[in-house]
Design a protein around this ligand. Sequence first.
Ligand code: AMP
Length: 452
Amino acid sequence: MNVKGCEVEQQKPGGAFVSFKFSDTLLETLASGGYRLPTPIQRKLIPVLMQGNNAVASAQTGSGKTLAYLLPILESIAPKDTSTHHYTKAFILSPTKELAQQIYEVTKPFAAALGLRAVLLQGGGKRTDEVKRLERGVDIVIATPQRALEHIEAKRIDVKAIKHLVVDEADMMFDMGFVSYLEKIFAVMTERSQKIIISATITPRVVKLAKAYIKPLRRVELDPPGKVADTITQFLYPVVRSKKEALLAWLISSNDLKRVLVFVRKKELADGVAESLKEWGYKVGILHGERMHQERKKSLLAFREGRYQILVATDIAARGLDIADLEAVINYDIPHVKHDFIHRVGRTGRAGKEGMAITLVSPDEIEQLNDLQKVLGSKIKEVIIPEYAPKEVKSRGYLLHPPQRKRKAPSKKKTSTPGMTKKGKKRKTTKRDGWKLFDAAKENGKKKKGRK
Ligand code: AMP
């Protein structure tokens, strides 16, 4: 396994994780999970958290951030003997059910190896099952904010005992309007508990929340915000709005894409685009906030397992989701929140693999595209397919940026600098030079005349 930005290090027995002084069980579980070298965010964040610091950390999506906060927590709460009493020691909050599920899946093998119990609490999940599991006793809770607060208010979780609180994808918590739940949860936590905020981009809102509830605070930043990973190749396709669906189908078939995630801004549009793709004969899943929890779960699972070739989703799926071997992300439109673009395309090109991100742009989206390119700080390569491109783009040959003229390769012939010898000494003016100057002056004169 390899992850983006991870340099090759000298292999030691037990892997380079040994340097963190983790327990043997944790090291063995890492090795059997195929994790050998810590990723850059893991190298940076793990020591900070192992010292018990509070932290607000930013990391590029797909950078291995889940284990960066999970490993120090596991090391801290791992039972020292078999007579462990199970009560909530770690509390991890995620904005979406899908991400919560994913964090839970990452946690499970480690919890099992260490004799810890983990539970997933989320809207749509069976409340009675959750209550039963909480009553039996759990060590790690992974939850969405609303459901988490519900259990806290019903006193099913003893917040005083919580040693570690994590808020994952904090900036999305704000976008989804969960901040009031977070504030209530932070307000009941003890000062002693270690608080960790993870956010792909540390926005002023995130800093404000962190400063209000976390003291003292360490800031751990890895990647400059708004960076698309180098493993992702991007293309921009100008298209007439009414031809977007046809172009989408054509792109999937002509690139022979086996697993592709299509992002759209709106829920209704997700349904419509998925229907059209089904009519083209594709196996398609849908993921958006208005679908039932079970439907969302089923779609994502079928897509992960390859039973669906395409998943059409709103930006709810843009954050944190880790889908193995996702070849391409196609942006059917430009997202409302510009930073979501980076999260969308970050679903591909993960764990060191190559990925492709394609964005379809119709003439009415030019302004949004300009804003997006400012956020990205770079131009996306334009590709024009005459059948789908708007008329004006076809005739001009580009949408935003004229293709760069190829510079003439410098001729290999040895050229001497005018007025200098090959050895670099000043050359004497000869008769031949005189004729050359004469010809040049004549030519110049002709041009000037022609201009009049
Ligand atoms: P995350 O950013 O936590 O969603 O992780 C992105 C991907 O990187 C997941 O597939 C992880 O399993 C993988 N990953 C995390 N840490 C490592 C590591 N140290 N070595 C290899 N892969 C990793």
